[in-house]
Design a protein around this ligand. Structure first.
Ligand code: FE
Length: 296
């Protein structure tokens, strides 16, 4: 239980964004909410995909072996089961409310394959950039089961899961010193409000995945991302729910570095992208799981 009212002046909504229907991996249908054209506006965030379907054909093929370099992927599985395997020999089952945080760093090859052939699969994958000084660090990952994620409830009954950063004095599962990423899942009963302080200059957005909310008097409908304006007078965001609603709230400190992306590689220069492609082609970007203990 917390009673804090940390926000004096809320940020306003700068823009509402509708996701674009697309498919990725071996044909997984998803909605790309944070697209490449928003990478500078929402620096340090590079991508946000929402997946949600009760039709196995939309997800069953999953994401077979593919590489990443230069950033972090954060997968939040609201419902469903997905098995992750990577080139470092790690394996983890991500399910019902769990989070996988993976720092690709200098390179990982991994697969993400659904472990169900019926029922609902729903969740998000967020890509968080790394500072140039960290892009070639060793890869790192951790799976958090839902009960391992810090959670709290406000006195109004708003339930908050703190995936990264800190909220109302509750430290999240993951802390990032450079990007200072905040990642909250917020469940709001009808008639409640939720306040979150946000540092000056940090880029922030809200995505509503159940119901709808309003911010500074403006509605954020279901399945919309609200990009929050970075006005210096505002010290956070105040979210109001006139009906039951669920949303994610994400913010971070911009890196203000050049962003060069080619598919699953995100670096600072074209030369670094060519290097990533060469390293991948020559088998130097993570060891493929198929090669472990394998070929002569
Ligand atoms: Fe991946």
């Amino acid at each position: 239980m917390t009673h804090s009212h940390p926000v004096n002046t809320t940020r306003q909504i700068e823009r509402l964004v509708t996701g674009q229907a697309t498919s990725d991996g071996a044909g997984v249908k998803l909605s790309r909410i944070l697209t490449q054209d928003l990478q500078h506006r929402l620096d340090p965030f590079l991508m946000l995909d929402a997946f949600g379907s009760d039709k196995p054909d939309d997800y069953i093929a999953g994401f077979p072996d593919h590489p990443h370099r230069g950033f972090e992927t954060v997968t939040y599985m609201i419902a469903g089961r997905m098995l992750h395997r990577d080139s470092a020999g790690n394996e983890g089952l991500l399910q019902n409310g769990g989070v996988q945080w993976m720092t690709a760093g200098k390179g990982v090859i991994h697969s993400e394959i659904p472990q169900q052939d019926a029922g609902v699969m729903e969740g998000f994958q967020l890509w968080l950039n790394l500072h140039s000084s960290e892009k070639m660090n060793d890869p790192w990952y951790r799976d958090f089961q839902n009960e391992q994620l810090p959670q709290f409830q406000t006195h109004e009954g708003v339930s908050v899961t703190v995936i990264a950063g800190a909220s109302h004095g509750v430290q999240g599962a993951v802390t990032r010193e450079i990007t200072q990423a905040l990642y909250l899942d917020v469940h709001m009963p009808e008639g409640t409000r939720f306040e979150q302080s946000l540092p000056d200059g940090h880029n922030a957005f809200v995505y509503v995945y159940r119901g709808q909310v309003s911010i500074a008097g403006q509605a954020v409908p279901l399945q919309r991302m609200a990009i929050l304006a970075s006005t210096p007078q505002a010290d956070g965001v105040v979210i109001e729910a006139s009906a039951d609603a669920k949303l994610i709230l994400v913010s971070g400190k911009p890196l203000k570095e050049p962003i060069v992306q080619y598919g699953p590689f995100v670096m600072n220069t074209k030369e670094e992208i060519y290097q990533a492609m060469t390293d991948f082609r020559d088998g130097r970007l993570g060891e493929s799981p198929k090669q472990v203990g394998g070929l002569p």
